[in-house]
Structure formats: C-alpha cells, structure tokens
Design a binder for this molecule. Sequence first.
Ligand code: AMP
Length: 284
Amino acid sequence: MARSIATTRTAPDLRDRVAAWRDAGKSIALVPTMGALHAGHLSLVALAKSKADAVVASVFVNPAQFGPKEDLALYPRDEAGDLAKLLDAGAALAYVPDAAEMYPPSYSTRVSVGDLTDDLCGAARPNHFDGVASIVAKLLMQCAPDIAVFGEKDYQQLLVVRRLVRDLDMPVEIVGGPVIREADGLALSSRNAYLSPEERKRAPVLFQTIRDVAADLERGRGADDAALAGRFKLEAEGFRVDYVAVRDPDTLRPLSGPVKRARVLAAVHLGRTRLIDNVPVPSR
Ligand code: AMP
C-alpha cells in the first residue's frame, strides 16, 4: 500500500499527538497554509525540518480572511495532492480541520493587530488581517509548537504574526522563509492558477518592477520618487496598482528620501487576479 501522511482533523487529536512528541523529547514546528501547495510552501516545510524534530503542516482555507467580494469559493483546493506533497517534503503530520472545527456555533472572538495593518494590504482588504491574526492565534494555541514558519512572500502578514506573538506573549519563535520564485521571477502563489496564459506571460513584470525600484534605491534615488516610477511602470504595462511602497522593513512605516534599509512592497491586479510581491533593500 502506498504510504500516506498521518492526518488529523481535530484540535484535541492534534494536541495529543504533539504532546506525545514532546514527551519523547522532540521539538515541534508548525507551517500554516491554505493548501494548493507549491514549492514555496514546501520550502517552508524544509526550513521547519531544519529547525525542529517534527513538522506539522496545517491546511485550512480560512473564510475569515476573505472579503465578501473575494475569491473564497474559487480558491484552489487539492487535499489529496497536498497530503502527498507534505509526505514527500518530510512533514510528520497534516492538520486539516474543517470550518466547523475552527469556527463552532457561537464562535465570537476576533484577534486584531493594530498599527501594522492600517495600510498596504490592510487598506485594500478590510478585516483581512483580523482574519489572519485570529486563525494564526488559534493554530498556535491548538498546536503549541516551538517554532512556526511563515513566508516573506506575505511580508506584512509575517510582521503581523511576529507582533501578535510578541504582544500576547505566546511562547513560540516565528521564523521567516525567503520568497520562492518561478524561473522568470514570478513569486509562486496558489493564486497564479487564476492567470490566463497571456496574463501569466506578463505577470513577471511585477517582480521586475520592484527589483528595479530596489536597484534605484541602492543607487541613492529617493524613496517616493522610486516608488512612483514603479507605479507608473506597472500602470503602463496594464496592471491596476493597489500600491508600490518603500517601507521600513521592521515597522512598515513609510520612508522618504535616500534609504539604507527598506522593503519594497507592491500589490496589483492583473485581470481578476490580485498579486503581491516584495524585495529587500539592500538585496541579499
Ligand atoms: P498561503 O497558503 O498562501 O496562505 O501561504 C502559506 C504560507 O506559505 C505563508 O506563510 C506564505 O507566506 C507562504 N508562501 C506562499 N507563497 C510563497 C512563496 N512563493 N515563497 C515562500 N513562501 C510562500
């Protein structure tokens, strides 16, 4: 019989299995995902494995982080494929709760991280980060891992999770993993599946543009100027731009004038697909 990954669908069972590992002296890492797994997710599993004895990957498409007009119903789902990939990647356990497990009747608590969520994706997607913070808080409480791994692909989310854990004194280390890209630079994303062949050809312009903004900044161009040039480039290429921003990499506060350390972040719409990406300054 083909091997398959151990899978659990309930929080009490997850807790029991993690407790057994802990009793055996093992450290535990959690990698939260929404499934439709790709090499970006699997790189986080590999990073988690390098830092802990047992890796739990969660797969849950969290309704609370989608807006009423967003793509919840369309969001790609492939549980069998995800479980096979997690087994190959060396995860020890898949946690695949359903919506009733996460949001039982009369569920009424919301975790809200301020400040960091006021703009960028927070402005474009009201309530999105409350949904993220709430589900991440629940997953961390349910699993109680030593570390949890998140991708820099969702850079604002990574900082929100770091802030959440710090503010609520959660005893877990948050580890960030670098953005994994296609050969042409497009950041891997489950949402890339929405792109038409023609849009897929144009999509790498997002990465090329923010990389150019980063190069401009490294040459001493002012932050506002460089960001505006990036916006114009993307608009000229037919993208609808939510933002192109040059921010402090730790606080996400806006920067202006010449910068030494920054993060260039952008969000655009290409057809009906929303794409986000970011790069560090200086580039690594
Ligand atoms: P998602 O399934 O989109 O919610 O993503 C789950 C985790 O994978 C998040 O921490 C993302 O930041 C991370 N992730 C998604 N795409 C990538 C990528 N291309 N490179 C690295 N991490 C990623």
